[in-house]
Design a protein around this ligand. Structure first.
Ligand SMILES: O=C(O)CCC(=O)C(=O)O
Ligand SMILES: [Fe+2]
Length: 466
């Protein structure tokens, strides 16, 4: 899914904007009508072609050709904002609509209509509602995580959260600016850089090393989840030990653990309500609910992220792209907690200078939206493992991060924190008979542990095993 999306973006960039075509459309009633007809009817024509009795080769050629005209026309006229945006939104919600047209429309909206993205507020649940186990929050869970939901929700008014967020996020640039030899000491190649400092070790969508951001990973709950050397050897990214810069940045450990623990505690409350929601549709075994799985886990992982200022990043190729700071992906574990990012310039906190920069998600309706939530809210997203175990009633959310553009981007840094809550490496996962993601690695009638499942996933998709 992600790959297709990225390829399309490259493909759509090949279409030039021809000034004469733009002025023809804008100054001429016939041009406007032509564009309207093109936008309204291309998806329907493509859908009809896909369902027709033509040979597959011909159907594909035809759809490709009409999509090319549509792409070209929209790219030529991307400053006809109101008409286009409302029309595109309408189309995105139209059903049926040919998949490729849907992708084109949402991608073009995302890449060309910078000021026109729908900026959507997350579904919110207050901390006091969440705390009450007798309240039925199914509607909100469905709106946030359900099959037709937005894909993200946030928890408001969490006591103590604002100061813990600030305390930790302020340390990220100090960590990133430590001398190179100090950061090298904080690296852990054995865990594939899944503990301690990691910079340039992960890959961008282009396949180049990701130098745009630095990450610091640690388990906020357990410094040493196990001393069993065979387990550490087998599951180094879960069973390894934390590495703290105790001399150079001693404040980091406390701040990281305090924030990570709070996001986990709130995540557990949310997990209880997710289980209540899922139980309305399917049988949730007492020991296999999300809350129990997270409660029993020894391998939750925090990630403190620092996005370097633009002129320091060595990769300029991706800067015009929607996923220019962090590529499209779905998180692999159970539930991810996210802070609202902090923007700084020369270490001084500033409001985000570019509204288009930040977290984007692809909703269940295949629409790309910029998500907004309060500075003091904790946002949560479902990971793939929960999507599989809940038979798709709780859906994982594709997301990416867009870098700021233009003058405002100069010297701008972004810091944020993610807590990846995931099952214990020893947790037996009883997969449903029908799974719709990662089918190839999930055996039927056989339970795998989360550790085994993750190994298979790495072998199959990431070819990272040494
Ligand atoms: O930087 C962000 O806001 C999101 C980071 C993220 O998605 C991740 O670390 O998995
Ligand atoms: Fe993520």
């Amino acid at each position: 899914m992600t790959g297709e999306f990225v390829n399309f973006h490259k493909y759509s960039n090949k279409f030039p904007r021809l000034p004469f075509f733009t002025s023809f459309i804008k100054s001429n009633l016939v041009g406007i009508i032509f564009l309207k007809l093109l936008i309204i009817y291309t998806p329907s024509i493509n859908q009809a072609t896909a369902n027709s009795g033509l040979r597959k080769q011909h159907r594909d050629d035809f759809v490709r050709a009409t999509n090319s005209v549509l792409t070209f026309a929209i790219k030529s006229c991307d400053d006809l904002p109101n008409f286009l945006s409302s029309r595109l939104f309408f189309l995105l919600h139209r059903s049926p609509i040919h998949q490729s047209s849907r992708r084109i429309i949402s991608t073009i909206m995302a890449s060309s209509f910078q000021s026109l993205f729908p900026a959507i507020r997350t579904v919110t649940i207050s901390y006091s509602e969440l705390q009450d186990r007798s309240v039925d929050l199914s509607m909100k869970i469905e709106e946030g995580f359900g099959r037709k939901g937005l894909g993200i929700l946030s928890v408001t008014d969490v006591p103590g959260f604002p100061s813990l967020r600030q305390d930790l996020l302020r340390l990220s640039s100090r960590l990133a600016k430590l001398p190179e030899d100090v950061k090298k000491e904080l690296e852990d190649p054995h865990s594939r850089y899944n503990f301690g400092w990691s910079h340039g070790k992960e890959k961008l969508e282009s396949g180049k090393p990701d130098l745009l951001k630095g990450s610091f990973y640690a388990n906020p709950i357990l410094d040493t989840p196990t001393t069993d050397t065979s387990l550490i050897q087998r599951y180094p990214s879960y069973c390894g030990s934390n590495i703290w810069p105790s001399r150079e940045l001693p404040e980091l450990e406390l701040a990281f653990k305090a924030l990570g623990k709070l996001i986990l505690d709130v995540g557990l409350m949310l997990a209880y309500h997710c289980d209540q929601y899922a139980a309305k549709m399917m049988k949730v075994h007492e020991d296999e609910g999300l809350e129990k799985i997270l409660l029993n886990s020894r391998c939750h992982k925090g990630r403190l992220l620092y996005y370097f200022p633009a002129q320091q990043s060595t990769c300029s190729e991706d800067t015009d792209n929607l996923s220019s700071w962090c590529g499209w992906h779905t998180d692999h574990g159970s539930l991810t907690g996210l802070t609202c990012a902090m923007f700084t310039r020369d270490g001084v906190e500033i409001p985000s200078p570019d509204n288009a920069a930040g977290l984007y998600i692809r909703t269940r309706a295949e629409e790309i939206v910029k998500v907004c939530y309060g500075e003091n809210d904790i946002a949560y997203q479902i990971g793939e493992t929960t999507e599989i175990l809940s038979r798709g009633y709780l859906c994982a959310t594709p997301h990416c991060v867009r870098a700021p553009n233009g003058k405002e981007a100069f010297n701008l840094e972004r810091s944020t924190f993610a807590l990846f809550m995931q099952p214990d490496w020893d947790q037996k996962l009883n997969f449903p008979e029908e799974v719709h993601i990662h089918k190839e690695i999930i055996p039927t009638n056989c339970a795998l542990t989360f550790g085994e499942y993750s190994e298979k996933l790495l072998d199959k998709y990431y070819h990272l095993k040494s």
